[in-house]
Write a protein that binds this ligand. Structure first.
Ligand SMILES: *Cc1c(COP(=O)(O)O)cnc(C)c1O
Length: 414
């Protein structure tokens, strides 16, 4: 309530609990991404190099780590890495995982039920006139002012779905322009965003052929995010990173509604196990997931209920009420969470640019802000054998002038 940065250590971490998803659900999603790879490769030239696989590199931040003590007046034990989802194709953000996956699943279901697609087909046929004509009978609605709109909008329109993005009037012009250029209808609203969601949900429910992408509780989004863990397991091995009780891996994830960090965490726990630990990072003005989990009220409480304004420059994290899924599933899977004051994310945006020449959006730098707090408070994670992975959740589509403005703002704070 005082807007002070805090560290919340989850008292239920590591307990046994029944989860609504299983490893089989996760591998069902992995297989679906693989079936669609030929389609994605054909439809989105930026994925040709990876043969239609939507993935991002794991980057060792050697130079930032060398300068860490000097820049942040605190040492850093262990090794520092960046999971560069800012480079993911199509949305330039982590939303390419969940958002695109949800559209793939919708398209596959229609193509199988209403036409003759079978699992062993080469899914490039879904780009043919026959299927595009079929998909044109269906619609997709998504509400977002940010990256989710880009991921869902661009891919849904590419299939041929009638795609509508509901946005608040203050959404960035370049996002609206990009969506419209890709054949997406953008509806703008001047009302509060929670009303926009209600409106969108109601519009979608009137027509069974319209699919509503529900950022507040979609299982498909969740499983699309979770697939990241399967690729990360391989990348850890490629970097010779051990994961066991004396070699912990700590993953720092920015949380907005909580869907993407929870999906990723579920995947990490399912695939990699008890020695990889997730920490969520939220603005002091919008600690929605932390609030829901601390109080165990989950989506029944929002930050305005305790007098916070919900305002942040980290627009990817500006969600006042947590998702219906996140809190429940994370109850035993989340190590803890840390909140940050606004200037911190800009400082790390500038540090990452100066030392590694990597540009991320402010939201995506949130993970760095938690490292000093975690290493100070958790001695087990303050060892030379700890691996710290900051999940950079977005940034590549930011226009150059915004990247520069963010950098200048951070540089002034160094
Ligand atoms: C959406 C987003 C997040 C947070 O994801 P949630 O599912 O809302 O928790 C973090 N960073 C960026 C850049 C995002 O776009």
């Amino acid at each position: 309530m005082n807007k002070n940065p805090l560290f919340w250590r989850n008292p239920d971490y590591g307990q046994q609990a029944a989860l609504p998803f299983s490893q089989a659900d996760l591998f069902d999603a992995v297989a679906r991404w693989e079936r669609f790879a030929p389609y994605l490769e054909r439809t989105f030239p930026e994925t040709i190099a990876t043969h239609g696989i939507i993935e991002s590199p794991l980057i060792r931040l050697e130079h930032l780590q060398e300068s860490w003590t000097e820049l942040n007046s605190l040492g850093l034990n262990g090794k520092l890495f960046l999971k560069a989802d800012n480079q993911l194709p199509i949305s330039g953000s982590i939303k390419s995982r969940g958002g695109i996956y949800e559209i793939l699943k919708f398209a596959e279901q229609i193509a199988m039920v209403e036409a003759d697609l079978v699992y062993q087909d080469n899914y490039q046929i879904l780009a043919s006139a026959k299927y595009r004509k079929l998909f044109a009978n269906y619609g997709v609605i998504v509400t977002s002012t940010g990256n989710l709109a880009l991921g869902v909008g661009i891919v849904a329109a590419a299939f041929g779905f009638k795609t509508t993005v509901y946005m608040s009037h203050d959404a960035r012009q370049w996002k609206k322009d990009k969506l419209r250029a890709n054949g997406v209808t953008v509806k703008e609203f001047t009302t509060d965003f929670s009303h926009v969601i209600t409106q969108a949900r109601a519009d979608a429910s009137r027509d069974p052929r319209i699919h509503f992408v529900d950022d507040e509780g979609s299982a498909d989004l969740f499983l699309g995010y979770a697939v990241a863990a399967v690729h990360l397991q391989k990348q850890l091995q490629q970097h010779h990173i051990k994961v066991d009780s004396t070699h912990p891996v700590v993953v720092y994830l920015p949380a907005g509604v909580g869907g993407s960090p929870s999906g990723v965490t579920f995947g990490l726990k399912t695939i990699i196990g008890p020695n990889i630990h997730a920490v969520f990072c939220e603005p002091t003005h919008v600690p929605s997931v932390t609030l829901g989990m601390m109080t165990k009220l989950n989506d029944q409480i929002c930050v305005q209920d305790i007098g916070l304004d919900g305002l942040t420059a980290a627009d990817g994290l500006a969600v006042s009420r947590p998702s219906r899924l996140a809190g429940n599933i994370m109850r035993t899977l989340l190590f803890g969470s840390v909140t940050f004051a606004e200037p911190d994310i800009f400082r790390y945006v500038a540090q990452l640019m100066d030392t590694q020449q990597i540009a991320v959006e402010p939201s995506a730098a949130a993970g760095f802000t938690a490292i000093p707090t975690i290493t100070k408070n958790v001695s087990a994670f303050n060892t030379p054998d700890t691996t710290h992975i900051v999940w950079a959740t977005g940034g590549n589509l930011l226009p150059e002038n915004e990247k520069i403005a963010n950098y200048i703002q951070g540089k002034a704070l160094l």
